[in-house]
Design a protein around this ligand. Sequence first.
Ligand SMILES: [Zn+2]
Length: 289
Amino acid sequence: MCLCYAVVIALYLGASGALTSQPLISDNGESQSKAAEHLKSIRMAEMTWPDIKSAVEQGYTTVVVAVGSTEQHGPHLPTMTDTRIGDELAHRVALKLGHILQATTITVGCSRHHFGFPGTLSLRDETLSMILLDYIDSLIRSGFKKIVFIPMHGGNFPTVRATLKEAQTIHPGIEIIGVTDIAKLFECLTSASAEFGIPANESGSHAGECETSLMMALEKNLVIKERFAPGYVGLTGEKELKTISEQGMQAVTKNGVLGDPGKASADKGEIYLDRLTEFLIREIKKQSQ
Ligand SMILES: [Zn+2]
């Protein structure tokens, strides 16, 4: 999705209802459901400290954190797009894998290349790195033994990858992992788009069909269909990426879109969500000790 894909905040989701109604799936289902029956939410932001303490003692020693962005997403999608998608995916991954709590999503990322459009907030790379290190330090103090990061915004990937490597050296006794291979993520999405008969340039890397479908599935009231319009639909190769990084997105796309939202639908969005959840779970299992 978004080269700019992002993730996050518990607030948007009204989670408790969703949590009690969704089955918890786990490799060791019985102990999972026993431990989980006392948890109204796995979102730490919605829990009290005694409940977090008790969950960790009952085996919830893994925590997942999405890393999102707040940036323009064309004239038809809200600036929280990457954060919302990332938060949802982190939540689904945590529920499916079981024995995982979710820490508050990081809602602002590295988005300088979107500054040509109002509403974009950006951290410097070093700021994001410090936030990640402080998250890790805090989560270790809460008793977690394994910390999983899910970046959803392209601009965050290099910093997340480098910082997690550094953090693993600082905390050798803790397992710190992240799904930071953006090429594989794109591959997962474009293969789903191809099944719908939508070429990669329309599916897009920012606010195109794919990301718009995801938001129609998650936040249909925030998607403005009347404004759907193609953005840049040429190839996004090295030349275009260089232009974007040196001159900003507006040098390549006037409306802020890379792709074409025209064929987006909530049904496709649900399928993208399923594929992404499966992809993330595969990658996390591969990296897990
Ligand atoms: Zn995005």
